[in-house]
Design a protein around this ligand. Structure first.
Ligand code: HEM
Length: 214
């Protein structure tokens, strides 16, 4: 009987082309080129905050689920660091002043309606593993392009030392590979949900950058 590839391998392979798309989509393209101004960056953070807050509330509600617990998401929660960055970069009224775009509202609604813990793991994969990977490089781009003092307003990317970042990513991947064990399912639903999460991010980034330079 052929051996089924690990869930981490399947996730990586199935989302590779979507990753290439989101990296270049709308506001991400500007961010990477160092062309995003402070207001644009705050709008991105404010929209991501709403998504993390919804995801993290859901994960907490399922803290008895062994598969989710093995991912150690709580040690990586980002809503609080994002709120710190927004208070620093925009001011205390960020939640009132900065609007959510429709893709973020739809993403939040989707997360609130997601009751299957395995599917939450797919969103955790897209966010936390992304933050632990490319996110670490983005911190340097943000500091440079917004001319911030070192460590000013970049709590979002701060997971601790390089070794800690490596360990968190390793633990997360190991947890993912055990995720569907004993759940009586193949993991295809997780892969499909991760792909859908990338598409939601692509929409979000495009809506946040209505006037992109070509
Ligand atoms: C805009 C700039 C971005 C850059 C430069 C970037 C870069 C990277 C790099 C270098 C890796 C490591 C690949 C490896 O381990 O072989 C990675 C992994 C990852 N990134 Fe990104 N990324 C970006 C944006 C994003 C975004 C916006 C998301 C999510 C919406 C995301 C989600 C992920 C995920 C889930 C992984 C783990 C892939 C896996 O090994 O399964 N990335 N990224």
């Amino acid at each position: 009987m052929p051996v089924e590839p690990l869930l981490t391998t399947r996730l990586r392979e199935s989302t590779k082309s979507l990753h290439a798309e989101v990296e270049r989509a709308g506001v991400m393209r500007l961010l990477l080129r160092g062309q995003l101004n402070r207001a644009g960056y705050c709008a991105l953070l404010r929209n991501l905050h709403a998504i993390y807050a919804a995801l993290e509330a859901r994960i907490q509600q399922h803290n008895e689920h062994m598969g989710l617990r093995r991912l150690h998401c709580e040690t990586m929660f980002r809503a609080a660091p994002l709120a710190d960055d927004l208070a620093r970069l925009h001011g205390q009224n960020w939640a009132i002043d900065i609007a959510l775009v429709p893709a973020a509202v739809a993403y939040v609604q989707h997360l609130k309606a997601t009751t299957v813990p395995l599917l939450l793991a797919a969103h955790a994969y897209v966010r936390y593993l992304g933050d632990l990977s490319g996110g670490q490089m983005l911190a340097r781009v943000v500091v440079k392009s917004l001319q911030l003092a070192p460590n000013e307003g970049v709590c979002f990317y701060d997971f601790g030392s390089e070794d800690t970042v490596k360990r968190l990513a390793q633990e997360f991947r190991a947890g993912l590979d055990l995720l569907v064990e004993g759940e009586g399912e193949s993991g295809q639903a997780v892969v499909d949900e991760a792909r859908a999460a990338f598409v939601r991010h692509r929409d979000l980034f495009e809506q946040l950058a209505p006037t992109l330079p070509s």
